[in-house]
Design a protein around this ligand. Structure first.
Ligand SMILES: [Fe+2]
Length: 145
């Protein structure tokens, strides 16, 4: 369970920084909407990040949240440094949210298989929250640029 939590800790810290990267660098006609949306994504991920890290420690482990550990352990694709368009950021961030959401959903089953209902419940909340963020980001793919 501790390993499962730490893998997701690395992923979600990476994901949060990807949302910030989008928040800082997005440009174009939908600037203010996207700038604010990407910040909201980063903010909401922070709460899940804390829950995941603290659960690893509650179970007797060490939360591996340093930038070096995250860089080594994250399973997300590296976020490009040269994106500017809203479309580009939406596509990359949606992909990362979907990838992380799928992994959180799989973690629900893993935790349940090991009869850890509390960790399963934690991942259920994370999965539901990430689904909502994914919907909010993807909804912008229909916006004209
Ligand atoms: Fe900001």
């Amino acid at each position: 369970m501790i390993d499962l939590l730490n893998h997701h800790l690395a992923d979600i810290l990476d994901l949060g920084l990807q949302a910030k990267q989008a928040h800082w660098n997005v440009k174009g006609p939908n600037f203010i909407a996207l700038h604010e949306l990407f910040d909201k994504v980063a903010e909401e991920l922070e709460e899940f990040t804390d829950d995941i890290a603290e659960r690893a420690v509650e179970l007797g482990g060490v939360a591996q949240g340093t930038i070096q550990a995250v860089s080594k352990n994250s399973r997300l694709k590296a976020y490009p440094l040269d994106l500017a368009s809203g479309k580009g950021h939406i596509a990359r961030l949606s992909g990362a949210l979907a990838r992380f959401g799928a992994s959180a959903r799989a973690a629900i089953d893993t935790a349940a298989r090991f009869s850890d209902a509390d960790t399963a419940d934690l991942f259920t909340g994370v999965s539901r929250g990430v689904d909502k963020l994914l919907w909010m980001v993807e909804a912008h793919t229909q916006a004209k640029e």
